[in-house]
Write a protein that binds this ligand. Structure first.
Ligand code: ZN
Length: 255
């Protein structure tokens, strides 16, 4: 953080956040408004956590209790069935989009299942002129289904960007990178909800959607808030210690 502050000052920026946002041409006010809006808008998240605590029958609720399932479920989602569903879910984006996605799905760009020595997680990697390549560790769970839709969103974003932009401007900024992926997750949710009357499955789907909002929106903005507050301390000449950083983080979790 001291390095960030030194570099920001050496290049004539007013703050570390201004220096960090400049390359993407994002005004500091956009960042601060986002952080402030989320600070003031946590009421629905609190209600969800209270509901979870009640359903789980816990006397006190900790961050790690967020990983406990509310409903046990052993249904599986085999890749071969899900592939068509995910493809159908993007119909609102048009035929051209679907055709391009079909090519991605059927042209050997995807590494679907786990394998010896394969890294964990999932990602989409764009390389200008070929691909994009996608890696997954698909394991038939509902989580894996949404990860699949998410990474495909990234891949399609890359396809369209590479198709319409020259090499120099084809890679997209981090500020828009998750728009395509989370939009496709949402389209999949809509389709899956429209296809089931089973209360348990609907519950699981809606819970998945809420967890996504928590993980993608609230948690990420909380990290942004944390970084902002920690850097502001350094800019004000205050010392950085484990206690001062923990105090910021605890304040955010409790707030
Ligand atoms: Zn993503």
């Amino acid at each position: 953080m001291q390095r960030d502050w030194f570099r920001a000052q050496a290049r004539g920026y007013e703050s570390t956040v201004a220096a960090a946002l400049d390359a993407n041409a994002v005004p500091v006010d956009v960042y601060k408004t986002l952080v402030e809006t989320v600070r003031e808008g946590t009421a629905p998240l609190r209600r969800y956590i209270q509901a979870r605590q009640r359903m789980l029958g816990l006397d006190s609720y900790h961050l790690y209790d967020g990983s406990l399932p509310l409903v046990e479920d052993d249904r599986t989602y085999p890749y071969d069935e899900v592939k068509d569903t995910v493809w159908e879910s993007v119909a609102p984006l048009g035929e051209d989009y679907q055709q391009k996605m079909a090519k991605l799905l059927n042209d050997r760009w995807l590494d679907v299942y786990e394998n010896d020595g394969q890294r964990s997680g999932a990602y989409s990697m764009g390389v200008y002129g070929v691909g994009p390549y996608m890696l997954m560790n698909y394991n038939d769970t509902l989580d894996a289904v949404f990860t699949f839709a998410h990474e495909l969103g990234h891949s399609m974003h890359t396809v369209l960007s590479h198709e319409t932009q020259p090499f120099a401007t084809a890679s997209y900024t981090i500020f828009v990178a998750e728009v395509a992926s989370t939009t496709n997750e949402r389209l999949l949710l809509e389709l899956l909800l429209s296809r089931t009357d089973d209360p348990k499955e609907r519950f699981l789907l809606l819970q998945k959607a809420i967890d996504n909002i928590q993980g993608t929106f609230f948690a990420q903005v909380m990290f942004a808030d944390y970084e902002l507050q920690a850097h502001e301390r350094v800019e004000a000449g205050q010392p950085t210690t484990p206690d001062s950083l923990s105090a910021i983080y605890t304040g955010l979790i409790d707030g």
